[in-house]
Design a protein around this ligand. Structure first.
Ligand code: HEC
Length: 156
């Protein structure tokens, strides 16, 4: 009987943590042991993208939008929706409004660096509980994905 109760309690607290990434704050949740959660992740290193390297202009580059869409469908869709809805990671709606382009680009090409050093990325990790995998996206491809995100956010 007691064991059953403990399992039920564990399931309930797990459910609360799961919901927390969607925006509902659970202030009583105990801090996560991120190191424990990520200890089996391979270590990878990318090249940091600097502020001045990214040029944004309108109208959008239609070819990049199409290319970005294919990359999204192949490598991102399993964890990210185009709406506000969270799947494994946050939904992409308005991501270009809440983040700087250079932040987004580094999140795509240098996710390990971001999760190790950037407080905003670390906040997301604490909410989502899953470490976004590095998928070896080139700078050029990351730029296409950014263009696709801009298009998804209504830019023309
Ligand atoms: C296995 C699941 C998974 C895949 C696949 C994935 N991501 Fe993520 N992503 C996450 C998680 C989880 C987070 C939140 C940070 C964390 O916990 O590591 C995140 C965060 C992000 C963010 C920050 C979002 C925000 O709201 O600030 C961006 C941008 C992003 N991912 C882009 C991508 C791109 C581009 C791809 C495809 C090339 C991709 N992700 C593939 C899981 C994934």
């Amino acid at each position: 009987m007691k064991a059953k109760f403990l399992i039920a309690a564990a399931l309930v607290s797990g459910a609360v943590l799961f919901i927390a990434c969607g925006g509902g704050a659970d202030k009583d949740a105990k801090p996560l042991d991120v190191e424990e959660l990520t200890k089996n992740q391979p270590e990878t290193h990318g090249t940091e993208i600097k502020e001045g390297e990214i040029n944004l202009s309108n109208p959008l580059n239609a070819e990049w939008v199409t290319g970005g869409k294919s990359i999204y469908e192949l490598k991102c869709q399993s964890c990210h929706r185009l709406t506000e809805e969270r799947l494994v990671g946050p939904g992409w709606k308005d991501v270009t409004r809440r983040r700087q382009p250079v932040w987004i680009m580094n999140m795509i090409t240098n996710v390990d660096m971001m999760l190790d050093t950037d407080p905003e990325a670390q906040k997301l990790l604490e909410q989502c509980l899953v470490r976004m995998p590095n998928q070896n996206i080139s700078k050029e491809d990351a730029r296409k994905v950014l263009e696709y995100m801009r298009s998804n956010d209504g830019e023309k």
